[in-house]
Design a protein around this ligand. Structure first.
Ligand code: DSN
Length: 441
């Protein structure tokens, strides 16, 4: 007989999960690509659905015993189409991708031949690795190893330069033109992108991983009006489990080609617990409460941006249309790495990020912050104002240490854990976080 309870079976892992629970609870989470799932989604993730193999498509599996799994996957597909307002005669969806990068690779694998061309927003301009990232010296993403890639970029103010994009696309003639980003605070001009794609005979693909919660609630432009393919992760603004989706127009047999690329091309058995969690969340996102939540995610990002500007922060594109802010730190004379480090020590999670004008992706001078997580926890205007001041305090700490100890990271960071101003700020933030909603309250 097996003992089932985690704390009995493995105290070490159980304690680590509790440790992570407390870290999340006592921390201001500003990673723009994260969120806190609902208990309902987590119940699916910890369910018996993880036990089942179901390679293949619903009702056409390579294993027996899938009568329930078929119903779950079909429910998830139907809800995905319904949530995004899509007609099943025109669009198909595959909910089996393990996450966003595998979803994107499956699209290229299904629709292209090795060596064909893709074009997406450059990583240092806010794009994603899986849109073909490579440096001059090295092909970094497999998407640039197996396909030829040439990026387009943002201008010095941080906006996508569509005129230059058109010139480059006309010259390079990608087979797939990709729009979508990981660190772009503005919306996309899908109509213009469609015109460019049509001019060069390319498929237009949107990767809405970051903004799918904003798209599903119609708070941003609708990529489905213009694109042939739309991919997304499901755990960011959508607030679902850690998974991926591919929507594809039923033209040229593309739905079949992409299904075959997902399995047997690239993946094995679908993660059925994730698919069930996604189905639950796709029901949730159709409720008025979720729309109100997303409106708050956006207004909180805009509110925080204005508060930060009052304190001397500079924002790429001077603001945001979505859930994230890209903050330039050059005017303070510090790097993103130093800011990330001090923030981490005071229990604020964010990440260093390239901003327009950065020469080296290894030493970015900006940070990226997002509002989805703390909006989920119910942070109000008073909290966002506090946060703006805390972030300014972190900048001041970085600058003070730099003046006293020098710019070199090793000198600057000497005994940083002992810094009294850091310890005091950390205490203040922990006390604040304990008052916010988390799973048990
Ligand atoms: N790593 C994610 C992000 O932080 O934007 C994208 O995949």
């Amino acid at each position: 007989m097996f003992v089932n309870n985690l704390v009995t079976v493995d105290k070490e892992v159980s304690n680590l999960i509790n440790e992570e629970f407390n870290r999340q609870k006592c921390n201001i989470e500003l990673i723009a690509s994260e969120n806190f799932t609902s208990l309902a989604v987590r119940e699916c993730l910890g369910s018996v659905l993880t036990n089942k193999y179901s390679e293949g498509r619903p009702n056409r599996r390579y294993y027996g015993g899938n009568e329930v799994i078929d119903k779950i996957e079909l429910l998830c597909e139907n809800r995905a189409l319904e949530a995004f307002g899509l007609n099943s005669t025109e669009w198909a969806v595959n909910v089996q991708p393990y996450s966003g990068s595998p979803a994107n690779f499956a699209v290229y694998t299904g629709l292209l031949n090795p060596g064909d061309r893709i074009m997406g927003l450059d990583l240092p301009s806010g794009g994603h690795l899986s849109h073909g990232f490579e440096t001059e010296k090295k092909k970094i993403s497999a998407t640039s190893i197996y396909f030829q890639s040439k990026p387009y970029k943002v201008n010095s103010d941080g906006w996508i330069d569509y005129d230059e994009l058109e010139i480059n696309a006309t010259d390079f003639k990608p087979n797939i033109l990709i729009c979508g980003a990981s660190a772009y605070p503005r919306d996309f001009d899908y109509k213009r992108l469609r015109e460019i794609a049509d001019k060069i005979g390319a498929y237009l693909m949107a990767d809405i991983a970051h903004i799918s919660g904003l798209v599903v609630t119609k708070q941003m432009n609708n990529p489905f009006e213009y694109c042939d393919i739309v991919t997304s992760t499901t755990h960011k603004t959508l607030r679902g489990p850690r998974s991926g989706m591919i929507f594809v127009k039923k033209q040229d047999g593309n739905d079949r080609k992409i299904n075959e690329a997902v399995f047997p091309g690239l993946q094995g058995g679908p993660h059925n617990h994730q698919i069930a969690g996604l189905a639950v969340q796709l029901k949730e996102v159709q409720k008025e409460e979720f729309k109100e939540y997303i409106k708050k995610v956006i207004s909180n990002a805009q509110f925080l941006g204005e508060e930060l500007k009052k304190l001397g922060f500079e924002l790429s594109t001077d603001g945001t249309d979505n859930h994230l802010l890209l903050i330039k730190l050059k005017n303070f004379g510090i790097t993103g790495s130093k800011m990330e480090k001090v923030c981490e020590l005071v229990n604020i999670s964010l990440n260093k990020n390239c901003v327009p004008g950065d020469k080296s992706a290894l030493s970015p001078t900006g940070i990226r912050i997002g509002t989805p997580c703390m909006t989920t926890r119910g942070m109000n205007n008073e909290g966002w104002i506090k946060l703006a001041h805390w972030l300014k305090k972190c900048v001041d700490i970085c600058v003070e240490r730099q003046n006293r100890l020098g710019k070199k990271l090793r000198d600057w960071g000497k005994n940083i854990e002992e810094d009294v101003s850091i310890k005091e700020l950390r205490e203040e933030i922990i006390n604040y976080c304990k008052e916010l909603n988390f799973y048990e309250n």
